[in-house]
Design a protein around this ligand. Structure first.
Ligand code: KG4
Ligand code: ZN
Length: 361
């Protein structure tokens, strides 16, 4: 069974084809990602209008390339496709619309079942792909249930316990900023390029993680919930204080006055504290729920510091998708689509499927 996955929730226009083999293993036949990240970098964050326009330009060429690479030499590549899976949400409305309209049209024209996929839920399913196109590294074997997943991206931060693909509990989630968003905002304060995860991580290498003691959020209620907005504000206040200004000083002018050493120390202290919070809660959940596998997914799963800290503290090594399958891609959508098509999940109606920008798990 082969599923075409389509993803357009943010600034990546992506399509991929994943095959479900006889033994239940997933194989990646192609994965194409066209990013409009460079167009957003000058603004320090994604501009929804620019992202939507870029999706319109890239959507069909990306799908055609994914089909061509998976079925090179086939007269009609569509004959090989059993189903189409598309990101329904969460994400930017204008961006989601492009992918959903493309998927609906193709499902009708090519007469294929259509599956509406939750983008956040799909992230960990990239780890079920254990073989495929060259140049990526795959886990030796797929994760096993019960599975604990730390999903960390630009829009989401949550811990989810999956008992099976469609039977899960969200243990905790962020009450304000997502971890990737916190990285992106701190990068902006420090004048480091977008996206902030990699640029703060790179700058942190030159800094001292114990230079500043940033507060950790103390939350009432659910111990698995997260909060990162206080940490981001603490970074802002520290930067203002370091240059001898009060809290009225505009954040946009800070980076010119901070020295490279100050930027490096702030990056290192912020990164280490933010990641400690993720790691502590993941370890607590591991101890409480005793999963067989732990999967770390989403753009921030690419962070070397997160991998280092988790490797040192988790009793069993977590499974990560290849870096290219950590950030947004079509393969994770196709992977979850394979599970949906192979189970009792209802296909969507291609004539009525709507986007769901605030969809949650
Ligand atoms: O999953 P993703 O591509 O998009 C969303 O669904 O949000 O995640 C994007 C986020 C950005 O905030 C970016 O700063 C972060 O992932 N990110 C990283 C790294 N690469 C991307 N964060 C930390 N370290 C990285 N190497
Ligand atoms: Zn994502």
């Amino acid at each position: 069974m082969k599923v075409l996955g389509i993803e357009t929730s943010c600034d990546e226009t992506a399509a991929a084809i994943v095959e479900l083999g006889d033994g239940g293993s997933l194989r990646l036949l192609s994965s194409i990602v066209a990013s409009s990240m460079d167009l957003h970098a000058v603004y320090g964050g994604v501009v929804p209008e620019i992202a939507a326009r870029s999706h319109i330009e890239h959507m069909m060429p990306v799908i055609e390339k994914a089909l061509y690479e998976a079925f090179d030499g086939s007269d009609d590549p569509w004959e090989n496709i059993d189903a189409i899976a598309v990101t329904q949400g969460p994400g930017l409305g204008g961006s989601l619309l492009v992918g959903v309209v493309a998927a609906r049209t193709l499902a009708i024209r090519k007469n294929k079942p259509l599956y509406a996929v939750n983008h956040v839920m799909a992230h960990p399913f990239a780890s079920f792909i254990t073989s495929g196109i060259k140049g990526l590294s795959y886990p030796g074997k797929p994760p096993q249930f019960p599975l604990l997943s730390l999903i960390v991206s630009g829009g989401h931060t949550q811990l989810v316990l999956f008992r099976s693909p469609f039977d899960y509990s969200v243990l905790g989630r962020t009450r304000d900023d997502a971890i990737g968003e916190a990285f992106d905002k701190v990068a902006k304060i420090l004048g480091l390029p977008y996206p902030g995860g990699p640029s703060v991580g790179e700058k942190a290498k030159e800094g001292d993680p114990s230079a500043y003691k940033f507060p950790k959020a103390k939350l009432e209620g659910n111990i698995f919930d997260f909060s990162f907005s206080g940490l981001k504000t603490a970074v802002l206040r520290t930067a203002q204080k370091e240059i001898g200004e009060d809290h009225h000083f505009p954040s946009t002018m800070l980076s010119k006055r901070l020295s490279e050493a100050q930027k490096a120390n702030i990056s290192a202290s912020f990164q280490s504290g933010a990641i400690q919070t993720l790691v502590n809660k993941t370890v607590k959940a591991y101890e409480e729920f005793n999963p067989i596998s732990v999967v770390v997914a989403g753009g921030v799963a690419a962070s070397p510091e997160l991998r280092r800290q988790l490797g040192e503290t988790l009793p069993s090594p977590p499974i990560y998708p290849d870096i290219k399958l950590c950030t947004d891609n079509g393969a994770m959508i196709a992977a979850l689509g394979c599970f949906m098509h192979g189970s009792e999940q209802e296909p969507a109606d291609p004539y009525t499927l709507d986007i769901a920008p605030s969809l949650s798990m």
